[in-house]
Write a protein that binds this ligand. Structure first.
Ligand code: GLU
Length: 511
């Protein structure tokens, strides 16, 4: 095990967006590539936004994708607890340490006073009021009030927040492993609240304290956190932890399928595609949705698709198993520009993975679906159906839904094809063919093919005169698996029976 430690630190504010899964995946790949540790930390200090079930959803999603953390919430480890709401006391101590060393201060303004100040500023033309190096001088803080007044307020149990004291007139620079050098001027940055009046830390404080205590070496997260990183760098400095500050990598945005703007939750319904890994049952139908899993994606396909949303190996290879991704992954190959969420590509990946998936595994996955449809067949038979269908399927349910004729009788025939191919004189020919097939010693695809070919040669028939009728008789449609494979699966008796029934139907529908 190397010293490399990364973390995925979601807030349980709802279902985990597919962008969050990509962040988790990149952290996982980086950890595995370097023999490091992948940690899961739940950042639930914003109690107002807490959504029950969200934490379970996160763990279930990671498990479904096959990218389970090595350490963290739900797993355990030496830095437990990994849920920030259970670490409250830790943050209090660190916030006070920053007040004591002059890098943070108490601010006593009530929410009403802050509102009034904001409005007054707006009336004077400043619509962007923020607590910063300038405004803090006139606010009620431990920097501006006399020391005894501060003590009196604290002693009286008045509400306060603790804010970061932004240094004046400085440029803060750090190196992002994806974006290179990034700078912020402290005049652009506000004096962020570190500790709220309810004694809970804000994201900024808890995140930095925990990354430090949990010995995180690399922070890999979404681009939306880039603007906060100036504050984070300053916090490391204020605590005296600059020497062990993690390296930062900010991942590119995931864009809508049309490339116009950031992919959002609403795009799922708009484009009829999943934007979450798993389904979510909310009280209202409007807030409920199906995920990649319910659409019938294989997790391996989703992982492969997500890996390429913002990264590529620099070669032509597109199909990568998780193990191959771990091997090939590097932060240098992550792009800076937004990655378009190309749903057609996701479907393409799923086709590729279905095509090469193990038949028995597919059968296990589609078993609930086949049962629900009333198709009670053996494991072996279901695996054989999967084998025949998987080359043509886009989604898992296709294996069953498009194969009704492999489970029961043909329900409907494509009448257009019937009208085109079945002639008044066809019947005796096809009856002879059926007899020929029935007499075959082995009902196996290759010899059956030989038998049909021999029959055609004998009678001077072309494949176009024979094969469509056979296919139609067995499947009702011109789509589907190979004719001989279907015969083998159905077996002698069912095949012959099906042919006889189809010929009757065709005769009855003669044009
Ligand atoms: N809790 C933050 C989130 O929900 C974590 C951001 C970070 O990785 O620092 O995305």
């Amino acid at each position: 095990m190397s010293n490399i430690r990364v973390r995925f630190a979601p807030s349980p504010t709802g279902a985990l967006h597919i962008g969050g899964v990509r962040t988790a995946l990149y952290n996982y790949l980086f950890a595995k590539k370097h023999g490091g540790t992948f940690v899961l930390r739940i950042e639930d200090t914003d109690q107002g936004r807490y959504v029950p079930g969200a934490e379970d959803y996160i763990l279930e999603s990671l498990a479904w994708c096959g990218i389970m953390p090595d350490e963290g919430q739900g797993i355990g480890g030496k830095f437990a607890p990994y849920r920030q709401s259970e670490r409250k006391d830790i943050y209090q101590k660190y916030a006070l340490e920053l007040v004591a060393n002059g890098n943070a201060y108490y601010a006593f303004d009530t929410p009403e006073e802050l509102d009034a100040k904001r409005q007054a500023e707006a009336a004077a033309g400043n619509h962007n009021f923020k607590y910063d190096t300038v405004s803090r001088k006139v606010m009620k803080t431990s920097l501006s009030l006399p020391a005894d007044e501060v003590q009196r307020r604290l002693g009286a149990g008045e509400d306060y927040v603790i804010r970061l004291k932004m240094p004046e007139n400085e440029t803060i620079t750090f190196t992002d492993l994806i974006r290179g050098e990034v700078s912020f001027h402290t005049s652009e940055l506000d004096d962020k609240v570190l500790m709220k009046s309810d004694g809970m830390p804000t994201y900024h404080l808890a995140n930095i304290v925990d990354d430090h205590l949990m010995e995180i070496t690399h922070v890999i997260r979404g681009e939306e956190w880039l603007p906060s990183t100036g504050h984070h760098v300053l916090l490391y400095r204020a605590f005296g932890w600059a020497a062990t500050m993690p390296d930062f990598s900010h991942l590119p945005l995931i864009l809508k399928p049309d490339g116009k703007g950031k992919l959002s939750k609403r795009d799922g319904a708009k484009f009829g595609m999943p934007v979450f890994p798993l389904g979510w049952d909310a009280e209202t139908e409007e807030d409920s949705f199906r995920g990649f899993r319910e659409f019938g994606f294989l997790p391996q396909a989703v992982i492969n698709f997500l890996a390429f949303l913002g990264w590529n190996p620099g070669t032509e290879q597109e199909i990568f198993s998780l193990a191959e991704l771990c091997e090939a992954f590097s932060i240098e190959k992550i792009s800076k520009s937004g990655a378009r969420f190309d749903y057609d590509k996701a479907k393409w990946y799923n086709q590729q993975y279905l095509h090469t998936a193990d038949d028995a595994e597919l059968a296990t996955l589609v078993r609930p679906l086949s049962e629900a449809k009333g198709y009670h067949v053996s494991d072996k038979y279901l695996a054989q159906v999967c084998h025949l269908m998987k080359g043509r399927a886009t989604f898992l349910p296709d294996l069953v839904e498009q194969a009704s004729y492999l489970f029961g009788d043909v329900q409907t025939f494509d009448n257009e094809v019937v009208a085109k191919r079945w002639k008044p004189e066809s019947r005796p020919v096809f009856e002879a063919l059926a007899d020929h097939l029935k007499a075959q010693p082995a009902f196996v695809a290759a010899p059956l093919e030989e038998a049909v070919k021999a029959f055609m040669t004998d009678r001077g028939l072309k494949p176009g005169e024979v094969m469509p009728i056979l296919r139609l008789s067995l499947a009702g449609t011109m789509q589907g698996p190979g004719v001989y494979e279907m015969m083998e699966l159905l077996g002698n008796e069912r095949t012959i029976d099906r042919l006889a029934k189809a010929f009757d139907y065709f005769d009855a529908h003669l044009a």
